[in-house]
Ligand binder design. Structure first.
Ligand code: FAD
Length: 550
């Protein structure tokens, strides 16, 4: 379907549900609504996942750090979602082992403010906490935690600092690619009949009397306006939610954006295996992570208030220093600026319902809230990437008046690429081999697309040049650009390099060297002239400069 056909379909309405926002929350709502058999439209002002949903730590987790806060309900709920995602999207969400070290002399381990006498018993407390974490998770395809000797911890995570180590544990959570998860949830929704469009901004809500009956949408690529009519409009706009809810009346909640920065470091710098590390203590009473991710290393995150515009959270010098310093405290090597491949900042859409406005953002709960507004308008705010499915279920239960707690069809719904995956693997592998795609390239395709890798192999079979890597030494192939444009609505080079693939985070200089090639591949489907291609590359270079580490 072309973009103009997509926009025409939106304008044709009316829909049962209009979702505003194409991050993980909006994508989840669109999927829940479509799975319930409702007609649904989704509009996103920029690219899908362009907001917070491409800038997270990429963990699908219960959140070990909420255990000491005794937020057991939240931990249990998120662990349940972890289990559902491991089953429903096993290609995209995979178990990840973590080494959790505790050191002598730690003042605030895991952000806990413990009196000295209790600190002495910390290893016992830690073992009980991890035992509770396993118990709350129930039966999942994830091994249970265990205590490690120093040597075993170093074998799992070679750059670990051993000096002063008091005890260490191995436990498991899960990791994903947040932007691809968002796009995959949306692809699944579209397969079930949802109409979705990126670069389509809600400028206003349409109302009859006090009732919201849809929205006025501006096509950001042409400036044209259209009206999308719907019985219920759902606001899933993350850190923008307060402003969007304001279009319907008094929002009834406050969003407190909290900035989190991550650094990317080349894998070779730390000789990491498959295991991640918990940085067990930070100066501001939290914990952070060093995670092997897509062939590089992700280090994060920070947690500071952000008062600037939500579109452009900035990586500041002090964020980079904080992360290099904290990571180096628990590593046998000292990381410096020279080790940094790139950095990115995102905003947590923390919600406050009138109480707790003064709490530090690290202490504000990651719970979500369903906030009814004017008739026909509901907001879903706060939450976590991990909880997107539950958030969608809750808001759709509220919007449809369905008995809360009744299971949504999405509990058992396999996401795109998951159906029949293990059975399809031998045939897909054999085809990939015949097409000259090596093991690493094949593993990448399966992790990103699941059985959808078949579409990429078809493209390569029709045109062998599409099997070539997008950049030297990376497993991404040219066919991914074609699929991103044809099937995933990629419209700019940044859509491809930052979100459909994650090459902007994995290549030096945000992957600008790959931009001309990506532009040439996009040009064929989007009808770009050589002049359009040059302009697209120029725009990407400018964006890359803005992404440069300060
Ligand atoms: P967003 O992804 O921001 O989506 C909202 C969308 O609405 C945006 O794309 C925006 O462009 C669109 N929009 C806004 N206004 C309009 C309009 N007028 N018209 C149309 N569209 C509009 N969670 C985890 O579970 N695990 C983690 O490891 C984790 N780590 C994190 C680390 C950091 C640093 C941060 C910041 C968050 C982290 N989170 C994590 C939380 C998680 O990333 C967020 O809760 C989640 O991505 C929020 O998704 P969302 O869809 O609500 O918001």
């Amino acid at each position: 379907m072309t973009r103009s056909e997509r926009l025409a379909r939106l304008a044709a309405g009316p829909f049962d549900v209009l979702v505003i926002g194409g991050g993980i929350t909006g994508a989840g709502v669109a999927l829940d609504a479509a799975a319930r058999g409702l007609s649904v439209a989704l509009v996103e002002q920029g690219d899908f996942a362009e907001g917070t949903s491409s800038r997270s730590t990429k963990l699908v987790h219960g959140g070990l750090r909420y255990l000491p806060m005794l937020d057991l309900g939240l931990v249990r709920e998120d662990l349940e979602e972890r289990g559902l995602l491991l089953r429903n999207a096993p290609h995209l969400v995979r178990p990840l082992p973590f080494v959790l070290p505790l050191y002598r002399g730690a003042r605030n381990p895991l952000g806990l403010n413990l009196p000295g006498i209790v600190r002495a018993a910390l290893p016992v407390g830690m073992a009980s906490g991890l035992w509770a974490y396993d118990l709350l998770a129930g039966r999942q395809p994830v091994p249970r935690h265990r205590a490690l000797t120093g040597a075993a911890a170093a074998a799992l995570f070679p750059p670990l600092r051993l000096e002063g180590l008091r005890s260490a544990y191995l436990y498991y959570d899960a990791v994903t690619d947040d932007a691809r998860l968002t796009v995959t949830v949306l692809r699944t929704a579209v397969r079930l009949g949802a109409a979705a469009c990126n670069y389509a901004r809600v400028a206003d809500l349409t109302k009859v009397g006090g009732r919201v009956i849809g929205a006025r949408v501006i096509d950001a690529l042409t400036g044209h306006a259209l009206t999308v009519s719907a019985r219920t409009t759902i606001n899933a706009t993350g850190v923008w939610a307060e402003a969007v809810a304001g279009l319907a009346g008094r929002p009834g909640f406050r969003i407190r954006p909290s900035k989190g920065v991550h650094l990317m470091v080349p894998r070779a710098r730390l000789r990491l295996g498959r295991t991640a590390l918990v940085l067990p203590e930070t100066d501001d009473g939290r914990l952070a992570f060093v995670i092997p991710w897509q062939g590089a290393i992700l280090i994060g995150t920070t947690d500071t208030e952000w008062l600037g515009p939500p579109e452009t959270p900035l990586v500041e010098r002090r964020d980079v220093d904080y992360l290099l310093d904290h990571a180096s405290r628990f590593l046998a090597v000292r990381l410096t600026d020279r080790d940094v491949l790139g950095a990115f900042a995102g905003l947590r859409p923390l919600v406050s319902m009138g109480t707790g406005m003064r709490a530090s953002s690290a202490r504000l709960s990651r719970r979500h809230e369903v906030v009814p507004g004017a008739e026909g308008f509901v907001s879903i705010v706060g939450g976590k990437l991990t909880a997107y499915r539950r958030m969608a279920e809750d808001v759709m239960d509220a919007a449809t008046g369905r008995r809360a707690g009744a299971p949504s069809p999405t509990r058992r719904l396999l996401l795109d690429g998951a159906d029949g995956l293990s059975g399809a693997l031998p045939e897909l592998l054999a085809r990939a081999r015949r097409l000259g795609i090596g093991r690493r390239g094949f593993a990448h395709l399966i992790r990103a697309y699941g059985t959808g890798a078949a579409a990429l192999l078809n493209a390569v079979a029709a045109r062998p040049a599409l099997g070539e890597p997008l950049a030297p030494g990376c497993p991404n192939i040219a066919a991914e650009v074609v699929v991103a444009v044809r099937e995933e609505m990629a419209a700019t080079i940044a859509d491809v390099l930052l979100r459909r693939t994650r090459l902007a985070h994995l290549l030096p200089n945000a992957g600008v060297d790959a931009a001309p090639r990506v532009a040439a591949l996009m040009a064929e489907d989007l009808g770009w002239s050589p002049e359009d291609q040059r302009a697209a590359v120029h725009a990407y270079r400018r964006a890359a400069t803005a992404m440069a580490v300060p």
